[in-house]
Design a protein around this ligand. Sequence first.
Ligand code: ADP
Ligand code: MG
Length: 238
Amino acid sequence: MGQIQLKQVTKSFGDVQVIPPLDLTIQDGEFTVFVGPSGCGKSTLLRLIAGLEDITTGTIEIDGKDATDVVPAKRGLAMVFQSYALYPHMSVRKNIAFPLRMAKMDQAEIDKRVEAAASVLNLTDYLDRRPGQLSGGQRQRVAIGRAIVREPAAFLFDEPLSNLDAALRVGMRLEISELHERLKTTMIYVTHDQVEAMTMADKIVVLQAGVIEQVGSPLELYRTPRNLFVAGFIGSPK
Ligand code: ADP
Ligand code: MG
């Protein structure tokens, strides 16, 4: 399960409305990419879905249930940050286990989930290291591992690869796509990088100044961009 529905959602910071009324449905299991230039509202939209920001008006439903006033920890979603936000003094194992320990999960179940996540992410040999002893790509995997163990209804990624060098970024894109293939869990992925959007998405949501310009598959956006902004941004010939 992992359908997310935004109905007439707006967000204002003080007097400034950064998201005008917006409707969007993300289907269960879909890999959706929010793409658009810096400042267009991608992170804000993701944070509204995660519950890290309160929406100003409108509603958010997760799997058909109103989640507008549900606290982030109870939404069943897991956010992966670009800055990793790992605890430097804790081992990889403890970093990955952290959300489960906070939830007071049974230790045997924690161990089982951490081992399974580490196996999926090729981190089994690194569980006793600290984040400082890992490469950038490995640290990013630990951050993803910490999301996986929660078995979320959806993963929310905010430009997770922007701190990595170009070569590593290509590899991590493949890893995240493969993870989606394997888990088939809803993923929302924010990027300002058109190549990332075109290569990873089932569905792309193109944003400009808080407004959805178009929603469609990469091919649809490429072949039939609705306007010059989408055409220019996606790099299609029109
Ligand atoms: P993006 O992630 O696409 O770069 P953001 O969602 O971070 O864009 O920002 C969208 C707009 O909202 C920008 O104009 C930004 O300055 C504004 N904004 C974001 N967060 C805040 C905040 N906490 N207070 C005031 N303005 C904000
Ligand atoms: Mg952002």
